[in-house]
Design a binder for this molecule. Structure first.
Ligand code: PMP
Length: 283
């Protein structure tokens, strides 16, 4: 596999960054994940815009122009012959002697990108539906910034696995924030799609925006507000969205079946609509 590191395309074993990289020492960096369908990038502009925002919130510069980022993504897709999969982009505040204080703004950021080839459209978990457990959300208060600080989501996913579930939904002050690496939704008994409103409590999913647009285009009713686990368990359907999982039905929450315990029609319809739209608009 060929990866991109600070201007160079190199075989993975030759790719190296400093032990003093602030990403390693302080989790001082942000990332993006863009899916690839038919060798093309899904919603690249959205991911680039969110990257720009994450960097600005942390007082970091864009490592290069959006056009250059696009060409690096495309070059890696070609070099690694990715027809379907993901492109990860990670950028850190760069290399400096260890100090909590940020290094000078002239310090070059570290930019790395790598690909993963895998089926994203045909996904067994989306066919079966995911089992979810709820876990307390003890992450920091700026979840709107897509930082590389992923320890708690990783721990939450392990807790879910230990409990025989696929993933976790995080709960704060009695209401669901989001999934470990996705946004969370329910479909109420009257057919309304409910998902948490945007704030610093959750990441503004790029897939969330696209799927809510699909839903509104399909004349589905959407409400952006918090909901509880009890409300989710009593819902007709539940699902998640992310660039890696698209729309993924949820069939069980804390051991209770959601609806009839099968992937629901709204989630299936939205998944199909989102994939169709993505095939058309990918670049
Ligand atoms: N919330 C969190 C915490 C995430 O990590 C992700 C995926 N990176 C999402 C939501 C979904 O965002 P997107 O649709 O842009 O992948």
């Amino acid at each position: 596999r060929i990866v991109y590191v600070n201007g160079n395309y190199v075989p993975e074993p030759d790719a190296k960054i400093s032990v003093f990289d602030r990403g390693f020492l302080f989790a001082d960096g942000v990332y993006e994940v863009t899916s690839v369908i038919d060798g093309k990038l899904v919603d690249f502009a959205g991911h680039a815009a969110r990257l720009r925002r994450s960097l600005a919130e942390l007082k970091m510069e864009m490592p290069c122009s959006q056009e250059e980022l696009l060409s690096i993504h495309r070059e890696l897709i070609v070099r690694n012959e990715v027809t379907e999969g993901l492109v990860y982009l990670q950028v850190t505040r760069g290399v400096a002697d260890r100090d909590f204080v940020f290094p000078s703004a002239a310090t070059p950021p570290t930019l790395i990108l790598f690909t993963q080839s895998k089926a994203v459209v045909d996904n067994p978990l989306a066919d079966r539906g995911a089992r979810i457990v709820s876990i307390e959300d003890i992450r920091w208060g700026r979840r709107d910034i897509k930082t590389v600080q992923l320890l708690y989501p990783s721990m939450a996913k392990m807790i879910a696995r230990e409990k025989g579930a696929d993933d976790a939904w995080l709960v704060e002050d009695g209401v669901v924030t989001e999934g470990t690496s996705n946004n969370a939704y329910i479909v109420t008994q009257d057919g309304t799609i409910v998902t948490r409103d945007l704030s610093s409590h959750i990441l503004a999913g790029i897939t969330r925006a696209a799927v809510l647009k699909c839903a509104r285009d399909l004349q589905m009713k959407v409400e952006e507000r918090p909901f509880t686990i009890a409300e989710a368990q009593a819902a007709r359907e539940a699902f998640t969205t992310s660039a890696t999982g698209f729309v993924c039905p949820v069939i069980e929450i804390d051991g209770a079946a959601v609806g009839d315990g099968q992937p629901g029609p709204v989630a299936r319809r939205l998944r199909q609509a989102y994939v169709e739209e993505s095939r058309k608009s990918a670049i």
